[in-house]
Design a protein around this ligand. Structure first.
Ligand code: MG
Length: 470
């Protein structure tokens, strides 16, 4: 062999080994992801989002060290469709997780998230991630729809809302004003088995935290994805003895402060295992506050409307993104959505986005890093199968109206469309349609183009089984 060829071989061998080491390191260094998803927590229900009496020091610290997103949306104003969207990155109308009559799944529902849909867990699992779902699922309680059929290695939690399976001889007023665990015969599941019924909801937040801490510690040496969907502060409200009666805000505040404590447990576990520099933690809520429950419901802060509406208070949720060294601290008023988490996480994990279907999310990772630009400039607000409103930039145009309290719903097509500038007027008080006819025309066109291309999946929410799971 000539001397130059010999040198070339040596150099080539060096580069090959270096690239092998690099690829091994890349594998080891794949980031972890934790999504903490609360239920019916309002935009105003965190210290860092301005609540005067609820104390949330752990989440507030996450916001100081990471990013507080002030214009972050869910894709639906009630549980089931919102949950389908955060996990699939697709609008509920595409995945069939919508209905105008049965807006969420119930214990007698026979449908759920179709097997065809990819979740974040399905995609990360293909890249070697350990995956766990803890908490409320609400995407189908039959075995073929449970988390273990959608990319999660394990599941611990309640399969639908904590107010379901209410016993017959208790009035709703009694059940919610003076809640007892025996009033709600909700099952607690591990994987596909019921392990407790009724679920002891007094200790549920604590037990979710313990499961989360265990999962993190057990998987500290490989990349993981944890989806922790708290069943609270959805009514009925429950808190453990350590928190009950402690908050200035009453029982609702006790519940949020216990959730905040559980966030602290998770962050401490990440730090204790040296994982805090390689883990993204995303805290958000599935929809706005359930206003008809008065003191037992949360607050949308300065926003109009609540759960069950596509006004800002129903769909804009308090969101914090934390990732020391990876997320540039700041307050982000750019638009983001739970729809964006699947493409963002997929990108950060180095996994591939499937090319065989339409996704409705954008990769927000440049914003996490503090780069200029706005990946998302539009938001489409659906109420069941109806396109209720559309936002582009600061402007939001409504095609329908509703009861701002959400319940009873009173969805009506508007004769005259209404337009709001959410930059100047986040509380949606001043209709600008007459002042900006060009903006009304532009947003109407955007909505029309979107609707013309939309392919609706068949609804999964109206299917029934003959008898609920017992
Ligand atoms: Mg909810």
């Amino acid at each position: 062999m000539k001397k130059s060829s010999f040198h070339f071989c040596i150099i080539l061998t060096f580069f090959l080994s270096a690239s092998q080491v690099l690829s091994q390191n890349t594998k080891v260094d794949k980031p972890n992801f934790i999504i903490i998803f609360t239920d019916d927590q309002g935009y105003g229900d965190l210290g860092t989002f301005g609540h005067p009496t609820i104390k949330t020091p752990n989440i507030d610290q996450m916001a100081t060290e990471g990013q507080k997103w002030t214009s972050f949306y869910v894709a639906a104003n009630v549980c089931t469709p919102s949950r389908s969207a955060i996990l699939t990155g697709r609008l509920p109308v595409r995945t069939g997780m919508y209905s105008n009559t049965r807006r969420v799944l119930f214990p007698d529902s026979g449908g759920g998230l179709p097997a065809y849909e990819n979740t974040i867990a399905t995609l990360l699992k293909g890249s070697g991630y350990a995956t766990a779902a803890i908490g409320k699922w609400h995407l189908g309680h039959l075995p073929q729809f449970l988390p273990t059929s959608h990319g999660f290695d394990s599941y611990f939690g309640i399969p639908y809302s904590n107010d379901m399976d209410r016993v017959n001889d208790i009035t709703a007023k009694e059940a919610f004003d003076n809640s007892k665990i025996e009033y709600f015969n909700v099952p607690l599941m591990r994987n596909t088995e019921i392990i407790e019924r009724p679920t002891d909801q007094n200790t549920i937040t604590k037990r979710y935290a313990a499961e989360a801490v265990k999962f993190i510690a057990e998987n500290k040496d490989k990349p993981f994805f944890l989806y922790l969907a708290h069943s609270l502060p959805h009514v009925p409200l429950f808190a453990s003895g350590d928190f009950k009666g402690k908050s200035e805000r009453g029982l609702y505040g006790d519940v949020i402060e216990e959730i905040d404590w559980s966030v602290g447990e998770i962050l401490n576990t990440l730090k204790a295992n040296g994982l805090d520099q390689n883990t993204y933690v995303i805290f958000t809520s599935d929809n706005g506050p359930w206003l008809v429950y008065n003191e037992q419901s949360g607050s949308a802060g300065s926003l109009y409307g609540g759960k069950g509406t596509s006004y800002e208070g129903g769909v804009r949720v308090p969101t914090v993104i934390w990732g020391p060294g990876n997320v540039k601290p700041g307050v982000i008023s750019k638009m983001g959505s739970t729809l964006d988490l699947l493409p963002t996480i997929t990108t950060l994990a180095g996994a591939k986005m499937p090319q065989d279907r339409v996704y409705d999310g954008f990769d927000l990772s440049p914003v996490f890093r503090g780069e200029e630009g706005t990946p998302r400039d539009e938001m489409f607000y659906y109420h069941g199968d109806r396109l209720f409103a559309v936002r582009k930039g600061a402007f939001k145009l409504y095609f329908y109206s509703n009861n701002p309290a959400g319940y009873p719903a009173k969805v009506e097509k508007l004769e005259k469309l209404t337009l709001f500038n959410l930059g100047h007027d986040p509380s949606e008080r001043f209709d600008l349609a007459n002042l900006h006819p060009e903006m009304v025309a532009n947003l109407t066109k955007i909505a029309k183009q979107h609707s013309e291309k939309m392919v609706f999946g068949p609804t999964q929410l109206e299917k029934r089984i003959e008898s609920p799971t017992q």
